[in-house]
Design a protein around this ligand. Sequence first.
Ligand code: CA
Length: 233
Amino acid sequence: MHAVAPGRILLVEDERPIAENIIFALEQEHFTVKWVSKGGDAISALPVEQPDFFILDINLPDMTGFDVCRAIRKAGNQPVLFLSARQEEIDRIVALEIGGDDYLMKPFSLRELVARVKAILRRTETRADTTAPAREVTPLVIDEKRSRVEYFGEKLELSKYEYFILCTLARRPGWVFSRDQLIDNAMGANSAPFDRTIDAHIKGIRAKLRKIRPGIEAIETQRGFGYSLRENW
Ligand code: CA
């Protein structure tokens, strides 16, 4: 049996004592755990936190863990372990049907939780490898310290918002960001959320990229969802 590299786990659980126990147990195993108690907070944390693994309680105050899982699956393939207090077979079936990797009934022992997390990671390791962005091969190089962007070796002159939008997309190539997520990340949550503003900025970025390399679409439109940065070049 080979060792599993610890990763970042997003825990969505509204009961603080349970969450604290889970965090303690996972941190003992060198995982980094980010905890939120609402589904909405989990979804808005997705592009920022970029978790490698999700633990989702099914009964949450604002939505179900299933809803959170659906949002995760729109954008990525990271493993999902569900927690449920309900002794219902249907939950287990739904959990697996919508793309969950495993299901744990409350109350559970922390040792079992850790064992399940590690087992899922071993099982899904190859899957995670194929979804990980291959940053070395991308022709887009962003130096966030100096706010400098190069595309195919040429310096790209971007406006402030264009720069922040491109940085957000580049943090996770292939990951679909909604217009709201791009607004929150690139412009701050206080700005007026005009969909078309984002579209205009994307148009501007595309024009500048095409000037350097015509015929290559670096930013992909995901109809109905938003935009993503090309993953395979
Ligand atoms: Ca709950």
